[in-house]
Design a protein around this ligand. Structure first.
Ligand code: NIG
Ligand code: FE
Length: 411
C-alpha cells in the first residue's frame, strides 16, 4: 500500500491524500512542539508549545494544546519529552533519473569546476532506462527522504528532454508527489545543440502538451550555458498559459537575470540564489509571494560559495531550504543536513533554518496544508530523538528522526 498521494493537481486544486489514518491518535508528552503557527505559543514564527500534546483524526491535526488537558484518543504515542515538529517540506528535488555521477564528484573534489555539463550524461542514462528503473529510483529516494523526516517532496522532470521521456518522467513523478514540475528546459539536449530556438519551440509546443497533464509547475534553468532570459521567459509564459505555476532555477552559477524574471512572472519560488545583486534582493523583498529557495547541498557538493542567507532574511525575504537532490550537483535527500549547513555555513539561526525547511518550503509550493501543525493541517510530523529543534544543527550527521507520521500514519 502506498500512502502517498497519486493525483497531480494544479494550483488551487489541492487533492486530499488517498490514504489517511482512521480513528484518533494522541501524540502526548511532547517537550517542545513546533507548530509554525505564528500567532500561538512562543519562539515567534515557530509557535512553540512546551509540555504539549497533539491529536490526530482522519489524517489531520484535530487539536493542539497542553498535555495536561489533552482529550482521550483511540491510540497514543508517548514522545517522552522529545521535540516534535512539522514534517520537512523539500520543495526542490530532481528524483527521476538513472545512473549516478560519482566519478564527476570525485573529479570536482580534485579541482574540476561544476558547469552543469554532466546533466547530459544523466539524460543519456535516463532515456535508456525502462520505466520500472525510473520508478524504483524515485521510490528509493522518496523513502530515503521520508526516513529523514521529509513528508512533502517536489519532484522535477528534466533528464528526459524528449516529448516521450519528459511525459513519462512526470507520469512517474506524479505517482509519488502532488508537486510535480516540468523541467523540459533543463539544458538544450545534444541533438538540438546548434538550434536552440527549435528546442524552445518544441518545449513550448508538443512537450508542454504531453507534460502538462502530469505537472503542477513549470521550471527553467535560466543560466549562461542553459537558457537565456528571453528563452526562459517564453517557456515560462507558455507554461503559465497552460495553467502551470512558475518556479525558476536562478543565479546558481553566476549573476544573471533569473531572479528578476521570476519576480516579474510572479513565480512561487526562485531557486539557488547563490549570486545575488542588491537589486535582486530588493526585488525579492518587495515581492513577498516569491520565495527564495536556498539549496546548500549544491554549494557543499560543488565546493562553491554559499548564498547570503543572512542578507536575505535580514531584508525580509521569505527563505525556503531544500535539498536539490540530484545525481550531479547535490546527491543528498537529507533536510537535516541542509539545516546544519544553513546554520553553520549560511549564518541562519537554528530556528530560521527549521522554519525555512518546513513552513518556508510550504510557501514555496503555495501550500497551507503542510509545514504547519494546527487544526485542519495534515498530520505530517516528526518526533525527534532530541529535546529541542536546536539539535538538528547542533548534532550534524546524527540520525535524529525517531518517528515520522505522514497523514497521521506512523511510518
Ligand atoms: O539544480 N542546475 C541545474 N540543475 C541541477 C543540477 C543537475 C545536474 O547536475 O544533474 C541543480 O543543481
Ligand atoms: Fe535543481
Amino acid at each position: 500500500m502506498d500512502l502517498w498521494p497519486t493525483r497531480p493537481v494544479r494550483p488551487g486544486d489541492r487533492a486530499r491524500p488517498t490514504v489517511r489514518s482512521s480513528g484518533s491518535l494522541l501524540v502526548d508528552n511532547i517537550g517542545e512542539l513546533i507548530t509554525n503557527a505564528f500567532d500561538e505559543g512562543e519562539g515567534g514564527p515557530l509557535g512553540i508549545h512546551r509540555d504539549a500534546a497533539l491529536l490526530v483524526e482522519d489524517g489531520l491535526v484535530a487539536w493542539v494544546g497542553p498535555a495536561r488537558g489533552a482529550p482521550a484518543a483511540d491510540r497514543r504515542i508517548d514522545a517522552g519529552g522529545a521535540a516534535v515538529l512539522p514534517g520537512f517540506v523539500d520543495s526542490h528535488a530532481h528524483l527521476v533519473f538513472a545512473g549516478d555521477r560519482a566519478a564527476e564528484f570525485a573529479a570536482r573534489m580534485a579541482g574540476e569546476p561544476y558547469t552543469g555539463g554532466g546533466i547530459r550524461t544523466t539524460v543519456g542514462a535516463t532515456r535508456a532506462a525502462p520505466d520500472s528503473d525510473l520508478r524504483d529510483n524515485v521510490r528509493r529516494l522518496r523513502d530515503e527522504a521520508l526516513r529523514q523526516g521529509t513528508t512533502t517532496i517536489e519532484i522535477k522532470s528534466g533528464y528526459g528532454l524528449t516529448v516521450a521521456d519528459e511525459a513519462r518522467s512526470l507520469r512517474i513523478a506524479a505517482e509519488f508527489s502532488e508537486d510535480t514540475t516540468f523541467l523540459g528546459a533543463h539544458v538544450v539536449p545534444a541533438e538540438y545543440a546548434d538550434r536552440p530556438d527549435d528546442y524552445v519551440g518544441m518545449v513550448c509546443g508538443p512537450m508542454l502538451a504531453a507534460a502538462a497533464p502530469y505537472a503542477r509547475w513549470i521550471d527553467v534553468f535560466c543560466e549562461r550555458g542553459a537558457f537565456d532570459v528571453d528563452h526562459a521567459r517564453a517557456i515560462l509564459a507558455c507554461g503559465q498559459a497552460a495553467g502551470l505555476g512558475v518556479r525558476v532555477h536562478a543565479n546558481q552559477l553566476g549573476p544573471g537575470p533569473g531572479v528578476q524574471l521570476g519576480v516579474e512572472l510572479g513565480a512561487a519560488s526562485v531557486d539557488h540564489c547563490t549570486h545575488l545583486s542588491d537589486a535582486d534582493i530588493d526585488a525579492l523583498a518587495s515581492h513577498p509571494s516569491t520565495v527564495a529557495t536556498l539549496l546548500p547541498g549544491a554549494e557543499f557538493s560543488t565546493r562553491s560559495p554559499y548564498p547570503h542567507a543572512r542578507r536575505l532574511v535580514d531584508a525580509g525575504v521569505t527563505v525556503a531550504l531544500a535539498t536539490d537532490c540530484n545525481p550531479g550537483s547535490s546527491y543528498t535527500s537529507s533536510m537535516p543536513f541542509c539545516i546544519a549547513l544553513a546554520v553553520r555555513e549560511m549564518r541562519m539561526t537554528p530556528a530560521e533554518a527549521v522554519w525555512s525547511a518546513t513552513a518556508g518550503g510550504a510557501l514555496a509550493l503555495r501550500r497551507d496544508d503542510v509545514g504547519v501543525l494546527r487544526p485542519g493541517a495534515r498530520a505530517d510530523l516528526i518526533v525527534l530523538d532530541a529535546p529541542t529543534h536546536l539539535h538538528l544543527a547542533y548534532r550534524p550527521g546524527v540520525p535524529l528522526i525517531r518517528q515520522v507520521l505522514h497523514n497521521g500514519v506512523p511510518r
